[in-house]
Design a protein around this ligand. Sequence first.
Ligand code: BG6
Length: 491
Amino acid sequence: MKGFPNHFLWGGATSAMQIEGAYDVDGKGITTCDCKTAGSFSQRRQITYVDKDGNPGAISSSLGRALPEGAKQAVLDGYFYPSHNAIDFYHHYKEDIALMAEMGFKMFRLSIAWSRIYPIGIEDEPNQKGINFYKEVFKELHKYHIEPLVTIAHGDLPLYLENHYGGWANRELIDIFMKLAKTCFTEFKGLVKYWLPFNEMNDYLLMLDMFGNVSTKESHQESFQVIHNMLVANARCVKLAHEIDPENKVGSMICGIPNYPGSCDPEDILETRYRWEKGIYYTGDVQCFGRYPSFSKRLWDEYDVKMDTREQDFLDFENGTVDFYTFSYYMTNIVTTHEVKDMVQGNFANGARNPYLEYSEWGWSYDPKGLRYYLEVIYDRYHLPIIITENGLGAVDKVEEDGSIHDDYRIKYLQDHLHECKVAIDHGVDLIGYTMWGCIDLVSASTGQMSKRYGFIYVDIDDEGKGTGKRLKKDSFEWYKKVIATNGEEL
Ligand code: BG6
């Protein structure tokens, strides 16, 4: 076996809304994420709001459950919002980065909290304190020769842009976002060279299948428009990043969930192909090929979508194709047109249960070979260098009396998945990096829990935000250190 290439970018990944905390410190504005309560496996997170008459309320965060007419998202008394303090990376970043360095990280993926830089989004001048914070973080990373991989938008939006502009469905967001992107490329020039403008924009299409029963014509229209606007911004980011610093490299970031047919019924085969097209290729093709794929027309017809576009958008696509492809990988799904008796439940996991696979406590399938499958299919399609920017196991960890944490299940998960990466590399895939998701415990995006832990580093905070915040090394910490030291020879 060839094994991992020299200079492989080993590391870990996070997002601002899930680690930073300090939600109203040093001029940071409130975001949509700050209005999301905690949930659990069985209970969705809620979005809190104030209606047009000033009455408080809360609705499930699932797509299609729009706020009442005239209501505005808001932070309310009496609710617990896990992102407000998260793991307080804002005040612990030196300690946390030192631990990552101890493992030998070569890359650390983090995101910019938009409202730390532009608190409501539309200011003319950025908040200097926000810029300073990220500069210090990037400098701290470079002190240990860790390359930052920066997502500009990962799941949070200044609340003002949601409440007054309707979020990304509004084309005006493109220019507003480009101001943020330009500030980042200019201010962090020389400190950051790997950029991901958006996290998982394909989620908007994946969700159409997940919440089919509550999706409406308006939500279809909105999902496609949101993606179009993000794709235009993404393409403009590629061009601008290259202009500001030719060293910059800009990548896609796709939620990579391979679909398997439930049977060899040709209907299932076709349906599976269409699911790949809608969920995976639609956004990836525009980012990598610079144009909408031929099957887009079928999708727009199927959902009866009429998008608001400009001629310039399509030129932007052509002039702004990405330098590398990245994706998250957690599970595979089954697609079938037949009646399903045994359904899977869990966010992003839907449809039939695969009898050949096991499932996590949160309903996600355990499928290392699915990662190889995805890598090989995607590399064959785009021929671009690939970084796996998210992969990992969310599990409940137990702290022993002596402070040790024996997470052999996580080590096994990562061993199995990295083994399949090795096979894919051997088969010719140009995989250049792997940033394990949630390298330090963080707030789960789907459930808002801390107890769905991914990290090599344990953080003593519970689902109600209580705890010392102390950082502890799990067994997987030493294991990953050895993996990096041997460049993946020893898994
Ligand atoms: C990805 C998101 O889809 O899944 C992350 O980019 C998220 O933000 C990750 O945390 C894992 O999901 P969860 O729900 O376990 O946090």
